[in-house]
Design a protein. Structure first.
Length: 142
């Protein structure tokens, strides 16, 4: 769901997909190695406030994030820096987008949009601070 509040610099993403029957992709594919890869990729992207994969039930997994900027740039950045995570996940979901995602960016973006559940309400303690603002403030001496 794109940012509908012009006073807020960040937007939430609530991406939820169904796993193939019998798939062990959920928690198992989000291993410590992939978690470390997600952190490195997110640090390179530089607009990702937070991200978490959640197993919602036996056959459903969600990725919940908050990011700065517009959706298309965000998705493009994901394909540049952490496509391998999505390629691994999508190999185990029902009706995935064309793979690899880095060669099918528009299809990937369309798929994410179609599986982005709308928010009911959204709160952030720092609506006007980007990831880069927060990083700069966290290293500044008072």
């Amino acid at each position: 769901m794109p940012n509908s509040d012009p006073s807020r610099v960040m937007s939430p993403l609530n991406f939820i997909v169904k796993l193939k029957p019998g798939s062990k992709a959920g928690i198992e594919m989000i291993s410590p190695q992939l978690s470390a890869r997600l952190k490195r990729g997110a640090d390179q992207i530089g607009t990702l406030h937070e991200a978490r994969f959640v197993r919602l039930d036996e056959d459903t997994i969600g990725l919940f994030t908050t990011y700065d900027g517009d959706f298309d740039t965000y998705i493009s950045d994901f394909t540049k820096h952490i496509a391998d995570i999505f390629n691994a996940l999508f190999a185990n979901v029902v009706d995935p987008p064309p793979l690899p995602v880095e060669k099918n960016i528009q299809a990937f973006a369309d798929y994410v949009r179609a599986h982005d559940f709308p928010i009911i309400t959204y709160y952030t303690a720092y609506p006007n601070l980007t990831v880069q603002d927060i990083r700069a403030l966290s290293t500044a001496r008072v």
